[in-house]
Every structure is written in C-alpha cells, then in structure tokens.
Design a binder for this molecule. Structure first.
Ligand code: NAD
Length: 483
C-alpha cells in the first residue's frame, strides 16, 4: 500500500490564521478540523468573531477604490500571479485538500489545477463598456462599474474550485472580497490566502474562517454589496432573506437533483462507466452529479447490472492511499443523511444492488450504492442525496419521462443519452435545467454561463454574463449642450 506524502499542518507546526487587511490575524477561539477518512480532529483554525468580520469588511472597503482604479491589465497580472501560486504549491494544497475533504490525491491535484486554469481562462474575457442608441438617436454608453465589496461563501465539497472563481470574478471586475469557507474545509482557502497576501494590496482579499453565523452576518452586513454563494437551497434562501435588508446583489449556486435520461438505443455496458462517473464523482458530493437515472425499460436490467458491477469493484478508501478511487463522505452529518436514505430506500421497496456502509473503521466511508425499482415519492428520488447512492428508475414513454424529470423544484443540470442526436437535443431543450448535456454529464467551462434554473439558483457565474453579475451598469448619456 503506497500512501502519498501529505503536508500535515500539525507536524509542520503550521498555525492557520485569518488574513485580514493583508495581515495574519489569529482568533481567541478556534474551530477543529476533522479528517473524514479517520473521523479524528487533526488541525484547527481561528473562528472569526463579528468584530473580525467588521475589520475585514472595513479593510475591503478602504482598499476598493484604489483597486477599482487599477487597469484591467494590472488586475490580470495580479490574478495570473495567483494562478501561478496555485500551480507552484499544488502538491501542498492538494495534500491539505485530501486531509480536510477526503477526496483521492489525483482528484485533489485535479481540483487545484482546474482552479488555476479556470482563473487564467476567465482573464481572457474582455471587459468593455458598450455603446447603444436611444429612441431619439442619442448615444448612450453602458459603463460597467464594480459593486464594491463582495462576500464569497463556499461549501465543503469542492472548496478550491468553488472559491477561486468567485475571487477571480470579484477582483477582475474591480471589487474587493471577504471570503468565508465552510467550517468543515477551511484549510486550503486559508493557506492560499496566506500565500497570495503579499501579492495584493492590503484589504483586497480577506479570508476569515467561521461557522454559519458569520455567513449570516456577512449576508446582513451593510458594508458588503454582493454575496456570491454556493451551498444548499435551504441556506441559499436564508442568504437571500438576510441580503434583503440592504438589497444586496446575490449570486446563488445551489443544490441539484439532476436527471439523466437514457434511451434504449445505447449499449448499457458501454455507457454505464460514463453514467457511473457522472453520478459518483467526488463520492456523489457534486451539485451537478447525476442524482436520478431514468433508463428505458428495454435496457433497464442490463443497465442496473452494469452499474452495480462497476460499483462493486470501486476502490473506496483514504484519499491519501494510492489507487483509492473514491474517498469518504466529507462529514458526519452528511454520512448520517446518506445512511438514512439507504434505509429509507430499502423500506420503500428499493432493490439495493451494491454497496452500503462498512462494518469496521472510523472514517465516513460508504461503498457506492445502486438502488433499483424506486419511484417518485420516495426520499432518494425526491431529495438531493449528495452522496454515493443512485436511484435507477424505469420509463417507457418519452413524454412521461420528460414530465417526471421536470417534476422537481431543482433545476441545476440534466442529461440525455441516445444514439439519435436529433431526438436527444429535442428532449434536452424541454428539460428545465441551467445546463443540459448530451451523452455526457458534469462539465462546466469558464467561457459558458453556469447556474441553476428554478430553485437551484439565481444568476450565473463564468462567462461575460457571470462577470457582469459583479458589476453595475451605468447608463451614461452623451453630453447635451447647455442651451
Ligand atoms: P450549506 O448551505 O450548508 O453551507 C454552505 C456555506 O454557507 C457554508 O460556508 C456555511 O457556513 C454557510 N452558511 C450556513 N448558513 C448560512 C447563513 N444563514 N447565511 C450565510 N451563510 C451560511 O452547504 P454545504 O452543505 O456546505 O454544501 C452542500 C450543498 O452545496 C449541496 O446542496 C450542493 O448541491 C450545493 N452545491 C452547489 C453548487 C453549485 O454550483 N450549484 C456547487 C457545490 C455545492
């Protein structure tokens, strides 16, 4: 058994700190960080107080006018330096990510590399004012201005790849930022901030670790003009309610219950590995993972068997061990939810074809679970499982499956699988989701707007559209003569 050499902050004697106004700020209280592969506390971070938040917001406000005056090229240069730091420190950051999040080392390295490449690609998008003509033929310039201070709040499933683009959107458009990572996975974010701090003017990027209460205070804070949030639908609604008092702008990237619809003209054995990857990536802890799989009756049994066969051979284990394909659930609460959903599926008549919890060991491990014969109205089908278990549902009629796929308040992603690309595209257009893929699932690109329809979110990130969500448009009318 080969284990990857991990950067262990305790062994390395590293004390994690908040970064406020370009300086390291410790806290009176500290939050424990648990390694989900062992269930044991291995590290701690400061727990930001409301006074720390005020301090961070004040620093961001002071820094913002100067940062907004810098040219696009200057901001690009600073952000490219962040991308370079991600690459330079990829091993150390990926080790921290394995320790705090649980994912396998290859996936952790992939996350760091993806964050660096996303950042670089985003900077290729030109930010320009536009000119239009009004109904009287006058020229009007649409001038895009930064909003001010952005609060970025992130979840625990992909801490780096969800944080870096938020920071990049905000800074590139001339805003300054206060970031709050999930209390479950604060380490990579704090470490990156520590590395980046000397490259930026003080106050431009502030990172504070803290729990849900600090998130709520950020959403309420009168010194913050926008919240860029990724997390659950329930928390997204709270963020929006808190933001209402100051009419803050919000971008909400929320949960999903993505349907994949598989027609009977595909070969189950060939397609099953792709479907499996789309559902079980990051142990199913991905907002746009396949969460309901609709398979045509004619290929239903062979598809279930092909998926279960892959599930049975998956190597689930500690992400630091070479060859691990799937890590543990990230935290105890999510582990308990997934266990409940497995029990509920059995009680609801589901056929559990593979996987489940382990009898031994302390980590939050669950072997990938394929459940056949469930229908709508059961928890696993109706709720977002956010874990390594997948319900496989039958269908025979195209209209019926479209209606069932759309019969949810979620609307993040969806996919259609068929050899007939014309049919697939026609079905795809009728699915109520922010992103729809044909013959693949899970995939975003910084040049393409990403976000949720219905209750899966508000606004888009990535692309010029996403960047404009961090700006205010000012209509600047052409000067008129005084008389
Ligand atoms: P969560 O909503 O519990 O927490 C997300 C963040 O919000 C954390 O930093 C948390 O401390 C903070 N928070 C909690 N209460 C708050 C409040 N009242 N005000 C402000 N902030 C508050 O989500 P999670 O459990 O960390 O992540 C899993 C969820 O995230 C899933 O539903 C998943 O689908 C979703 N997600 C969505 C996307 C996307 O891009 N659409 C990507 C990844 C994850």
């Amino acid at each position: 058994m080969t284990t990857h050499a991990l950067f262990d902050p305790e062994v390395a004697g590293h004390r994690f700190v908040n970064i406020i106004d370009g300086r390291a700020v410790d806290g009176e209280r500290r939050l424990s960080v648990i390694n989900p592969a062992t269930g044991a506390v291995f590290c701690s971070v400061p727990e930001a107080s409301p006074a720390d938040l005020d301090h961070a917001v004040a620093a961001a406000r002071r820094a913002q006018p100067g940062w907004a005056r810098s040219s696009h090229d200057e901001r690009r240069e600073a952000l490219r330096a962040i991308a370079a730091l991600l690459t330079q420190h990829r091993g150390e950051l990926a080790s921290l990510l394995v320790l705090e999040q649980g994912k396998p080392m290859a996936a952790a390295l992939g996350e760091i590399d993806r964050a660096a490449s996303q950042l670089a690609l985003l900077l290729a998008i030109e930010l320009r004012d536009e000119e239009i003509t009004d109904s009287s033929g006058r020229r009007v310039r649409l001038h895009y201005r930064p909003l001010g201070v952005v609060g970025a709040i992130t979840p625990w499933n992909m801490p780096v790849v969800l944080m870096v683009p938020k920071v990049a959107h905000a800074l590139y458009t001339g805003n300054t930022v206060v970031v709050k990572p999930s209390p479950y996975t604060p380490l990579t974010t704090l470490r990156l901030a520590e590395l980046v701090a000397p490259l930026l003017p003080p106050g431009v990027l502030n990172v504070i670790a803290g729990g849900n209460e600090i998130g709520r205070l950020m959403a309420e804070h009168s010194g913050i003009q926008k919240i860029a949030f990724t997390g659950s639908v329930a928390t997204g609604k709270r963020v929006m309610a808190s933001a209402a008092a100051t009419l803050k702008r919000v971008t909400l990237e929320l949960g999903g219950n993505d349907a994949a619809i598989v027609f009977d003209d595909v070969d189950p054995v060939r397609v099953a590995p792709k479907l499996f990857a789309g559902a079980f990536v990051n142990a199913g802890q991905v907002c746009m993972a396949i969460k309901r799989l609709y398979v045509h009756e004619r290929i239903y049994e062979p598809m279930c068997e092909a998926l279960a066969a892959i599930a049975r051979t998956s190597k689930v284990g500690d992400g630091s061990i070479d060859g691990t394909q799937m890590g543990p659930l990230q935290n105890r609460a999510q582990y308990d939810i997934v266990r409940e959903l497995i029990d509920d599926s059995r009680q609801s008549g589901g056929r559990v074809l593979s996987g489940g919890t382990r009898d031994s060991g302390d980590g939050y491990f669950i072997e990938p679970v394929i459940v056949a014969d469930l229908a709508e109205g059961t928890r696993l089908v109706d709720e977002e499982q956010f874990g390594p278990l997948l319900p496989v549902l039958r269908f025979t009629d195209t209209e019926d499956v479209i209606a069932r796929a759309n019969a949810t308040d979620f609307g993040l992603g969806a996919s259609v699988w068929s050899a007939d690309l014309g049919r697939a595209e026609a079905v795809a257009q009728r699915l109520e989701a922010g992103s729809v893929w044909i013959n693949h699932h899970v995939g975003t690109d910084v040049l393409v707007p990403f976000g949720g329809a219905k209750q899966s979110g508000i606004g888009r990130q990535y692309s010029l559209e996403g960047l404009r969500g961090f700006m205010e448009v000012q209509a600047l009318y052409a000067p008129a003569a005084l008389d």
